[in-house]
Design a protein around this ligand. Structure first.
Ligand code: FEO
Ligand code: CA
Ligand code: CA
Ligand code: CA
Length: 640
């Protein structure tokens, strides 16, 4: 057993495996502004050091582009289309109690806790965790994470909640924890992973129920049959002993965030799938390079699946890892549909998927790779997305994956990951190989090593894009600071935003700035914003609501005396207000409202993962991850 050294996600490390984000694997050979990166506190420091021309550029004097937050005509920030969003609630203080805190005039009600039955014969939750694997298959999974509400019709009182179950705490999943591990325990742990589709309806304001006779209710788990599309479908690197075709995949794993598509499906992000494997160490040199870069280790996160399921033992299935770390598309409206891994979107530790459209209706998918020193990606479809749908194809199978390069002067560009990129010449036999090895390709094109990219969110009003960079204690130690990642040992993280050129999400370049640097006193290093007293750290979940409020969720120890929390920001002023505080040791993650914005769903993941919580049941038993329904007592729009 090794000593663990990272508070975050520690509940995944039940058996002494390494933290998923604690083993940065991006190599040192990238250009990283090593010659010019003297930023220590802010980009303004850098700009003040002789890049005045760039500063002028950032102020919006370039006609072809606009500073983030602008509308292409005005200067600076905060001039998005439409009115500025309203933050009408009273911000609340930090809190350490085992209760969900929300502002005065709001209510918070737990819903859909782990173990809630959703499929016949509706096995009831057993408070001693004695439910079988077969029961778990019919209940809400564990580790609630990214989530979306798909209205039935246009209803704000009846729809499908679709949510990810990122990981399990196997010490809580069984009455005797991980003792006497057997195939039944593996099956239950696997069944508690994946995705839930559940029809819900409001029976009275703030009170929702599971629609038990819904034809839509579905559990997708680590064992659900999947197919695969795009350039890597059927590739040699995806073939296994049990599936020589390389097309009949099983399961989705470590599903973190997600994104809804314009055509009504759900893209789920497979993040730390490496944590479930046991690496034998007998692989070929080529396999070893790939396993190293994707963080595979002898015991993963300590899961015991490999002891009963050969799929997760690399000595038996050395290419099974290549069948994870994708974005997987699920059609919640078709319960008989087969989930599809979309390989054109790249293979990395997908934290998130933010889907929007660029010029000519081309689909654009932003996604962060959450590891210290890893990258931000963007897929751009080749043709209008509707043209594929009309022919029965997928807009997600035909396009170009790019990786972000942030320049010191506040500009940036998207480097294409294609065989004809000169930096990649001769490196990969075909696009299938390149995509399976996405991280290796991105290493070669000079992508900017970021402080753990988490969620990406698009403000549909201004078209600004936001990414949370949760923290990175290795910054400035193992590799230099740079303008986009300016804090040595970045303890609390920051949020960057960018505006694509011409406000076209399909554009090849962009301008960017730091929106906020988190801490006990968050600040904007560009000096456009006063120091805030709304302290927060480790931003993770991000969501721009339809009015442009930016909801910020945290995952990690906070720089103030508080449990993890959710804030709302007004992007036009930078103002922050604290809206919700979770329970001890939880992470607040996943947020969506109904279309009328009068009901908000927020997920609480791993409450009390080291003791200290019996939420939401409050009867002295196991804590359970659950959704929180937030309503305004006067029935108004959330956040106003
Ligand atoms: Fe799934 Fe990076 O948290
Ligand atoms: Ca700024
Ligand atoms: Ca997360
Ligand atoms: Ca996180």
């Amino acid at each position: 057993m090794t000593t663990l050294d990272v508070p975050e996600h520690n509940s995944q490390m039940q058996h002494g495996g390494p933290d998923p984000d604690d083993t940065p694997s991006s190599p040192d050979r990238n250009p990283r502004f090593a010659d010019i990166a003297n930023a220590r506190l802010s980009r303004r420091t850098v700009l003040g050091g002789g890049l005045a021309a760039a500063a002028t550029f950032l102020m919006g004097s370039q006609p072809a582009t606009a500073a983030p937050g602008g509308n292409g005509r005005g200067r600076g920030r905060g001039r998005g289309r439409g009115n500025a969003p309203t933050l009408g609630f009273d911000g609340i203080p930090g809190d350490t109690t085992d209760m969900i805190s929300v502002p005065p005039g709001y209510s918070a009600t737990p819903f859909l806790a782990w173990g809630t039955p959703i499929l016949a014969p509706f096995p009831e939750w057993a408070p001693d965790a004695s439910n079988s694997a077969a029961d778990q298959q019919r209940q809400m999974g564990m580790g609630h994470d990214g989530m979306h509400y798909f209205p039935l019709g246009r209803s704000s009182t009846n729809g499908l909640l679709v949510m990810n179950h990122e990981y399990t705490i196997d010490d809580q999943l069984f009455p005797d924890g991980t003792a006497d591990w057997d195939a039944e325990k593996t099956a239950k742990s696997q069944a508690a992973h994946g995705v839930t589709v559940v029809e819900v309806r409001e029976v009275e304001p703030g009170n929702w129920e599971v629609v038990r006779d819904s034809r839509f209710n579905r559990r997708i788990t680590a064992n659900t049959p999947m197919t695969v599309s795009g350039p890597a479908a059927g590739h040699d690197l995806l073939q296994t002993g049990y599936d020589p075709s390389g097309t009949a995949l099983l399961g989705t794993l470590n599903n973190c965030s997600m994104g809804p598509t314009p055509w009504g499906t759900y893209l789920t992000a497979e993040e730390n799938s490496n944590g479930y494997f046991r690496r034998a160490g007998d692989e070929t040199a080529e396999q070893a390079e790939l396993l190293d870069r994707y963080g595979y280790s002898e015991f993963g996160f300590g899961y015991l699946w490999a002891t009963t399921d050969a799929r997760f033992d690399t000595s038996q299935e050395p290419q099974e890892p290549n069948r994870f770390h994708w974005l997987t598309e699920i059609d919640p409206m078709d319960p008989d549909s087969t989930p599809t891994k979309r390989t054109a979107l790249g293979r990395f530790k997908h934290e998130s998927a933010a889907i929007t459209t660029g010029t000519r209706g081309r689909v654009v998918v932003y996604s962060g790779d959450d590891e210290r020193g890893d990258y931000i990606y963007k897929f751009v479809g080749n043709r209008p997305w509707r043209s594929y749908r009309g022919r029965g194809g997928s807009p997600l199978d035909d396009g170009v994956l790019h990786v972000a390069v942030f320049a010191e002067d506040g500009t940036g560009h998207w480097e294409p990951l294609t065989l004809d990129n000169p930096a990649l010449a001769g490196q990969f036999a075909d696009m299938g190989e390149l995509l399976v090895k996405t991280r290796l390709a991105a290493d070669l094109v000079g992508a900017t090593r970021m402080d753990r990219p988490e969620w990406v969110s698009v403000d549909t009003r201004t078209k600004d894009v936001y990414v949370s960079l949760t923290n990175n204690r290795n910054r400035g130690i193992d590799y230099p600071v740079d303008a986009a990642n300016p804090i040595v040992g970045n303890p609390n993280g920051h949020i960057i935003r960018w505006a694509e050129d011409r406000h076209d999400h399909a554009a090849a370049s962009f301008t960017w700035d730091i929106f906020v640097i988190a801490g006990a006193h968050p600040y904007d290093p560009d000096g456009e914003q006063d120091v805030s007293d709304v302290g927060f750290g480790s931003p993770d979940g991000l969501w721009s609501d339809p009015d442009g409020r930016l909801w910020i969720q945290t995952d990690g120890s906070q720089p103030i005396d508080s449990n993890d929390q959710m804030l709302a920001a007004d992007p036009s002023t930078g103002e922050l207000r604290r809206f919700l505080v979770g329970v001890p040791q939880c992470e607040v993650t996943g947020v969506i409202t109904t279309p009328d914005q009068r009901t908000m769903f927020v997920n609480i993941q791993h409450p009390g993962d080291s003791g200290g919580s019996d939420w939401p049941d409050k009867v002295g038993g196991l804590p359970r991850p659950a959704t929180v329904i937030v309503t305004k007592d006067d029935g108004g729009v959330i956040g106003t």
